[in-house]
Ligand binder design. Sequence first.
Ligand code: ZN
Ligand code: ZN
Length: 155
Amino acid sequence: MSELSLPAIGGCRCGAVRFEITSAPLLTMACHCRGCQRMTGSAYSLSAAIPKEGFRVTEGEPVIGGLHGANRHFFCGHCMSWLFTRLEGLDWFVNLRPTMLDDPAWFEPFVETCTAEGLPWATTPAVYSFEGMPAMEDFDRVTRDYAEQRGQSVP
Ligand SMILES: [Zn+2]
Ligand SMILES: [Zn+2]
């Protein structure tokens, strides 16, 4: 597996929105929920939780899509690619869709969520699987484990 090298740049399908990350992810995830299936048109979504200070939109103006609710899903207004999500009450990170990066080859999900809603054939190499959305203490535990496995300092 290739390594993430920082800074890393990426953007939407049409190139109108471009962004840069300067921090490694706190956690990498795949979500099998029905909402993610619909928004991706695929079996699951992919997320890299990037510390908010390590994420910057450099070109274009992302627009809100999805359910337009408390969790804000950001899209390119032209090509409608789903770029990143800011979750309500969890403002210290941005859930970036890692396949928007120009080089996504380093990405592998460490955790998968909502497997109970997943398509029967849809499997991932995730180390941790949760049938639903894990509780916050479970997220804390797997985030610590992800940092340890990557040799990063544990917050
Ligand atoms: Zn676009
Ligand atoms: Zn989901």
